[in-house]
Ligand binder design. Structure first.
Ligand code: NAI
Length: 341
């Protein structure tokens, strides 16, 4: 069919295959036009091929420029570099976009609808680290540096404003620590203000110091709309906002570059529940929803979100992490019943 959209599908490790299977089945029922090229990465790939990121997977990503990715396990202390970080650097995935929205009523917070746009390749996560010796102690001082470039600061803030325009949002908040990191964070704030001026009259802009922002997000999350910030602050704040709406099992993320977009759940491979039919597939389903908006199929994304709402809120069918009793398979079946009418 001419309207098929080639996309790479990486089921990944741990609960990855279970939640990917659930997601693909629901998307198929919605007649989503992705034509999946299934590829291995992570520990699963390492065990089969000796590489955590085999050439076939890379070729597929280069060909499609579009992927849905399950979580990948990063083995600790065996000299493995995170595949996720490798992909970000290799494909210049400069923007990490994480929308969080209240789904379950009666929780600690109502009406949360915050999107964190995090710069994904610079900042303190450049991790230029080393020890400095003092006397006999070779590791007496730990030293780490980061960098922000003018070009990247402009690009990430512009991405946030364009996201706001495309998604009908009203405000972008620049989050920084320029009062202390006057140069590193100051450059981000300065360039952010310049970009914001281009959107004056269309999208409002305000500024917050990161610590104040963290407190306000806990006290009054409904006052935030789109947040744009540098790598480290974005990593922390986006987990915070995921916590406001019920935890990692609900939160999707998009990694966007000029020629590549990779969509994933925010959570990891959850080895403690892998293979036990306990995983909540909502985060990956919502990641697929972001992917649909990315390719211009907002209509299908809305149908998907509606089905999730119907099952979780109206029917009250939930996996254990949301206080429910059903497993992944039963939950998926409930979604399929809604979609198939
Ligand atoms: P994790 O997110 O895998 O698990 C944390 C806790 O949340 C566990 O108790 C887990 O059972 C639970 N959980 C996570 N997702 C769930 C879901 N969909 N449904 C129900 N419960 C869920 O974090 P952890 O344990 O720190 O990391 C495990 C592995 O995942 C590590 O190797 C880590 O490097 C990797 N990881 C990969 C990511 C990715 O591929 N994007 C992101 C984060 C971690």
């Amino acid at each position: 069919m001419a309207d098929r959209i080639p996309a790479t599908l990486i089921p990944g490790d741990g609960i990855g295959p279970e939640i990917t299977d659930a997601t693909v089945r629901v998307l198929r029922a919605l007649e989503v036009p992705f034509e999946w090229d299934v590829q291995r990465a992570g520990v699963t790939a390492y065990e089969a091929t000796g590489s955590v990121l085999p050439d076939e997977a890379l070729e597929s990503l280069k060909r499609t420029g579009l992927a849905l990715k399950g979580p990948l396990t990063t083995p600790i202390g065996e000299g493995f570099r995170s595949v996720n970080v490798t992909l970000r650097k290799m494909f210049g995935l400069y923007a990490n976009v994480r929308p969080t929205k209240t789904l379950l009523p009666g929780g600690r917070y109502e009406g949360v609808d915050v999107t964190v746009v995090r710069e994904n390749v610079e900042g303190l996560y450049a991790a230029m680290e080393h020890y400095m010796p003092v006397g006999d102690d070779t590791e007496a001082v730990a030293y780490g540096a980061g960098f922000n470039t003018r070009v990247e600061c402009q690009r990430i803030v512009r991405h946030a404003f364009e996201y706001a325009l495309k998604h009908g949002r009203r405000k972008v908040t620049l989050v920084h620590k320029a009062n202390i990191l006057k140069i590193l964070s100051g450059l981000f704030l300065h360039e952010g203000r310049r970009v914001a001026a281009d959107y004056a009259g269309k999208i409002a802009c305000d500024e917050r110091i990161v610590d104040a922002c963290a407190m306000e997000l806990v006290l009054h999350p409904e006052t935030y709309d789109v947040i744009v910030t540098t790598n480290l602050f974005g990593d922390i704040l986006s987990d915070l906002t995921a916590g406001l709406v019920g935890g990692l099992g609900m939160a999707p993320g998009a990694n966007i570059g000029e020629n590549m977009a990779i969509f994933e759940a925010v959570h990891g491979s959850a080895p403690d529940i892998a293979g036990k039919d306990k995983a909540n597939p909502i985060a990956l389903l919502r990641a697929a929803g972001l992917m649909l908006v990315h390719v211009g199929r907002q209509d299908l994304a809305e149908k998907l979100e509606h089905a999730i709402h119907e099952v979780v809120v109206t029917q009250g069918i939930r996996t254990a992490d949301l206080g429910g009793e059903v497993g992944t398979k039963t939950f998926t079946q409930a979604l399929l019943s809604v979609v198939e009418g």
